[in-house]
Design a protein around this ligand. Sequence first.
Ligand code: SF4
Ligand code: SF4
Ligand code: SF4
Length: 285
Amino acid sequence: MQHNGFDASLPSHPCMDDRVHDKIARIHLPVALKCNIHCLYCERKYSSPKTLTPGPGTAARIISPREALRKTGAFLEEWGAESIVGIAGPGDPLANQETFETLRLIRNRYPAVRLCLCTNGLNLPKSLSTLRQLDVQHLTVTINGVKPEIVSRIQSRVRKGRHCLGGKDGAELLIRNQLEGLERAASLGMFVKVNTVVVPEINGQHVEEIACTVADLGACVYNPMPLIPRGSFKHMTRPSHAFMKELRKRCGSILPVFSKCKQCRADAAGIPGKELHSCKMVVTA
Ligand code: SF4
Ligand code: SF4
Ligand code: SF4
C-alpha cells in the first residue's frame, strides 16, 4: 500500500500532512533551554530570526512562559484559531519545567487551542499523564534507530537521574523510553509523528526497520529528514535529494510519509517555509 501522506485519518497539521503544510500556521515557543541527551549533530545557536539561520536548535533567545503566553495571543489573532502552538526546543521540551508551565498558561487562557510538542522521547513515558491533562493532541518523537549499536553512534550520552549513560546502555534506555512513550501516546489518542535524522553512513540502511517498528506501535506519520551536517557531524555529507526521495518512497509503503519538513528554527512562526513576515512578529511581540 502506498501512503505518502494521502491518508484521510491524518490531522490537519502543517507538520503531519503534506497537503496542509503551506496552509496552516504554527508557532514555536522557545522556552525549553536544557536537553537530557547528546546528539552528535546537535548545535544549539542563538541568532536573530532576521538572519533566517535555519535549523532545529536555533532561536534568538529563550523566552519565559509569560512571554510565551503573550506571543501566543498575538499569533492566534494574526493566524486564526486553527493554527498550531508548539514547543520545539531549542533543548528538549520534556526536560524543562517551563514547557509544562507554558502549556498550562496557554491551555487556561485558550481552552480550544491546538497544542503540539517535539521531543527526543527520553522523558515521554513519565510526562504523558501531564500532557494528557493539558490536552496536547500532537506530538513528534525523534527516533534515529531501534538498535542500540546504531543509536549509540548518533546519540552518545543519555541522562539517567543525576548521571549520564554512554554507549549502548544509554542508547538502550533512550530507545526503550521512546518506543514505550510512542505506544502509550498513540493508545491515548494522540497523533504521533516520528522523525528520523538520516545519517547515511550510520542509519541509512536502517530507516525502513524504524518505519516498520513505529508503524506497529501506532505512529500516524513518518518524517525521515536529511542530516544537517553540524556539531561533531559537520564533516559528514548531507544525504542527496535522490537518496531521500527513494527512502521516502520505500517508507511510504509502510506508513504515511511527511516529505515537506523545512527543519525549522525553535522560534519559527507562521506558515512553515514562509516565515519572513512572521519572524518579525516573534522578535517584536
Ligand atoms: Fe540537541 Fe535536540 Fe538532540 Fe537535545 S535532542 S541534543 S536539543 S538535537
Ligand atoms: Fe509541533 Fe514539532 Fe511541528 Fe513544531 S515542529 S509544530 S512542535 S510537530
Ligand atoms: Fe513542520 Fe518545520 Fe516542524 Fe518540519 S520542522 S515538521 S516543517 S514546523
